[in-house]
Design a binder for this molecule. Structure first.
Ligand SMILES: Nc1nc2c(ncn2[C@@H]2O[C@H](COP(=O)(O)OP(=O)(O)O)[C@@H](O)[C@H]2O)c(=O)[nH]1
Ligand SMILES: [Mg+2]
Length: 327
């Protein structure tokens, strides 16, 4: 990458030019070496910028269909009214199979379409949650460097992804479905342990009283496992736009208190340190397998396993030997 190309794009990015931000994010998501080199130059600058160090990153997790996208739409519209410029990033593994849910999300993000006060970006999954989280981290930094804050990150509460989003978010909001217990919602124990703010979504109409029951049940469960530190559970409705201000006030108060106490930055550093090893291993895998001989040794072993030519232990031995010899 020429230094001047990076300089020029960086200048436009920090001025808040949307086209420059979009181009930088596309480069970060690309598998082309020149794009990645440009992106990492920008991301390195971003990580040191005051805007990024100040910008709050908020993760929203919860079961599919609970209303995460709709809430981010409603919350962002409110944040714009309050003078913020939010960025909304969606990690949605389900979009890989259907291809439809990102479009669906964009349709649901109707309040924000065409609104210059917000930046909405669906993240690709690249068929790999870790990969999605890696480029989402970069995207979050680039958005903040371009002046968008807070950065709101939606993730589907399955598998590893909520753990990964907790690495890149300063604060995690867990949304619960009215009426379902935690085992039914597919919520891992871990999320209930670390969620900073918990809310029952879709608390409107006929489901309001069900939502209240769910709130009471989860408040009990939370105080059993977290004692005095347990957050109380809020009720929100994107449809009726109720509880939205309370939700934002809660998140704002929590984050402002950490900034005040000086723990905001130290917690971010600790999260970076904890996520460094898995992140490095992903990078190692990418760099290692970028070599076409290594890649084809892997592929032919997979073929040989399918045909029965090799057993699994033989295939492992075979590939490792080839990688070492031809590395
Ligand atoms: N009644 C009601 N329905 C909602 C609310 N928020 C979302 N929904 C509906 O729930 C469905 C899933 O919403 P979505 O935001 O896509 O959920 P996500 O999968 O968690 O992102 C959609 O059909 C929404 O219209 C709400 O506050 N009240
Ligand atoms: Mg969604």
């Amino acid at each position: 990458v020429s230094a001047s190309a990076a300089d020029e794009l960086w200048e436009r990015l920090v001025r808040g030019e949307r086209a420059a931000l979009a181009r930088a994010i596309t480069a970060a998501e690309s598998s082309r070496d020149d794009h990645r080199a440009l992106a990492s130059e920008l991301v390195r600058r971003a990580a040191r910028s005051a805007a990024v160090q100040r910008a709050w990153r908020i993760g929203v997790t919860g079961p599919p269909g609970v209303g995460k996208s709709t809430l981010l739409d409603t919350l962002s519209a409110r944040l714009i009214e309050l003078g913020h410029r939010p960025a909304i990033l969606a990690i949605d593994p389900s979009s890989r199979s259907s291809g439809g849910s990102l479009l669906g999300d964009q349709a649901r993000m109707s309040q924000l379409l065409g609104n210059d006060g917000a930046f909405v970006r669906p993240s690709p999954t690249r068929g790999h949650l870790g990969g999605a989280a890696a480029s989402t981290y970069e995207t979050a930094l680039l958005c903040a460097a371009a002046g968008y804050a807070p950065v709101l990150i939606e993730t589907v509460g399955v598998g590893q992804s909520e753990v990964e989003v907790s690495y890149l978010a300063d604060l995690t909001l867990l949304l619960l479905q009215p009426g379902a217990g935690d085992e039914l919602q597919g919520i891992k124990r871990g999320v209930l342990e670390y969620a900073d703010v918990v809310a029952v979504a879709q608390a409107d109409g006929a489901r309001r009283s069900l939502a209240e029951e769910t709130r009471d049940r989860f408040e009990q469960a939370l105080s059993l496992s977290r004692g005095g530190n347990a957050p109380n559970v809020l009720l929100v409705s994107s449809l009726e736009k109720s509880g939205i201000d309370e939700l934002w006030q809660r998140m704002e108060a929590e984050l402002a208190a950490r900034v005040q106490a000086g723990t905001f930055t130290s917690q971010r550093r600790e999260r970076d340190a904890r996520s460094f090893r898995p992140r490095l291993l992903l990078e190692l895998e990418r760099v290692f397998l970028a070599n076409s001989e290594r890649q084809s040794a892997l592929q032919s072993a997979e073929d040989a396993l399918t045909t029965g030519e090799l057993t699994l232990p033989e295939a492992l031995e075979h590939v490792l030997a080839q990688w070492t010899l031809r590395g």
